[in-house]
Design a protein around this ligand. Structure first.
Ligand code: SAM
Length: 346
């Protein structure tokens, strides 16, 4: 129910509540009211779409109630995903992941030899709920940690036990899942140079900007002898035919990949298909430990364990969302990084 007076802010309790099993359309409409970006953005007649304000009290709890609900009464998985994505985007915006106009950001990535690599990433405006159009804090933290992870053999260094019979000379094959703007994968590519190749993947809507960002950094990638490809890889779609051992990857990277209840299962299924069974095969992930997503993090850990993977190394660290913003609005975010390998072979 919306207040009759559009100048009066409404309360979050006036929005459709999960226990009443509202339709997908009602939920998406309510979630669009909670957007923090200007409602008139990009429109010629802003007054035509002026939105009612919502009292801030209780909004985070409202969004969490949607994210943690299975939404079982909605007709299709697509609708459920759309609602979860919109709720996750609203929560992200309130956590400092503010929607901003298109911009290019510059990131300095430390190397093991003291030099810093400079990466430029284009971030289109967050015009829809495509979270992959922005670069998130855990991907930055993982990128600046990569050089030390890459330097601690045997953690990320393939040995002859990694598919030795097929390609004794081959370079390390890496895959990034949910690469977004590509910060982690492009950093990895530059840091490893000719000793690795990496395939950066995401959903179809995200891949064009991902490819654009690979092209934007071609000078650095050429200088370091990196090999980067980009493409679509949707975790919810099992690959057919299943990848052969030669097609599987020695290393899988992912940053901030969990924000809907389906994600842990999909992500671990994807790891199942694409991770090499070699002794030194590794999965490296970093994700924020936000209250709303802790069940997903726990689910992910359990599923990785059930698959036969164990944590080789892990830690927690703090970063800041929108760390380049000068408005003082940056929020502290606790993040968890982890390196996984096959447990029976450790
Ligand atoms: C929060 S963003 C993180 C992006 C990037 N890794 C970073 O940290 O900056 C989550 C990413 O996962 C991707 N994603 C979500 N669901 C996916 C799916 N089913 N298959 C592949 N990628 C997916 C999104 O498109 C998005 O790029």
């Amino acid at each position: 129910m919306i207040s009759a007076d559009p100048d009066e802010p409404i309360h979050v309790l006036d929005l459709p509540q999960i226990h009443t099993k509202p339709s997908g359309t009602e939920l998406i409409q309510a979630l669009s009211l909670l957007t923090t970006k200007p409602r008139s953005f990009g429109l010629k007649a802003p007054e035509a779409v002026r939105a009612q304000a919502v009292h801030p009290a209780g909004i985070a709890r409202y969004l969490t109630s949607i994210i943690s609900s299975p939404l079982a009464w909605l007709d299709t998985e697509e609708l459920r995903e759309a609602v979860w994505d919109a709720a996750a985007a609203r929560l992200s915006e309130r956590s400092g992941r503010t929607a901003m106009p298109a911009m290019s950001r510059v990131f300095m990535i430390p190397t093991s030899h003291g030099e810093e690599y400079t990466l430029t990433l284009h971030e289109p405006s967050l015009t829809s709920d495509n979270l992959g159009m922005k670069t998130w804090v855990s991907s930055y933290l993982l990128s600046i940690r990569l050089h030390s992870l890459l330097e601690s053999p045997p953690q990320l260094v393939p040995t002859a036990t990694t598919t030795p019979q097929l390609h004794p000379e081959r370079t390390l094959r890496a895959l990034e899942l949910g690469a977004g703007t590509g910060l982690v994968g492009l950093s990895f590519a530059a840091l490893r140079g000719p000793s690795a190749s990496i395939h950066l993947t995401d959903l179809p809507a995200i891949v064009p900007n991902l490819a654009h960002n690979a092209a934007l950094n071609v000078e650095l990638l050429n200088r370091t002898g990196a090999t980067v490809t980009t493409g679509v890889l949707d975790w919810s779609v099992p690959p057919t035919p299943l990848p052969t051992p030669a097609e599987q990857y020695d290393l899988i990277l992912a940053a901030d990949p969990l924000y809907s209840p389906n994600h842990p299962k999909w992500l671990v299924d994807t790891v199942t298909h694409w991770l090499s069974r070699g002794l030194n095969a590794r999965v490296v992930v970093e994700m924020p430990l936000r209250d709303a997503y802790l069940p997903q993090v726990q689910d992910f850990r359990q599923r990785m364990g059930q698959l036969g993977l164990a944590v080789v190394d892990e830690g927690e660290e703090v970063g800041y969302d929108d760390w380049e913003s000068a408005d003082g609005g940056a929020l502290e975010v606790r993040c968890w990084w982890s390196v996984w390998g096959w447990s029976e072979k450790l």
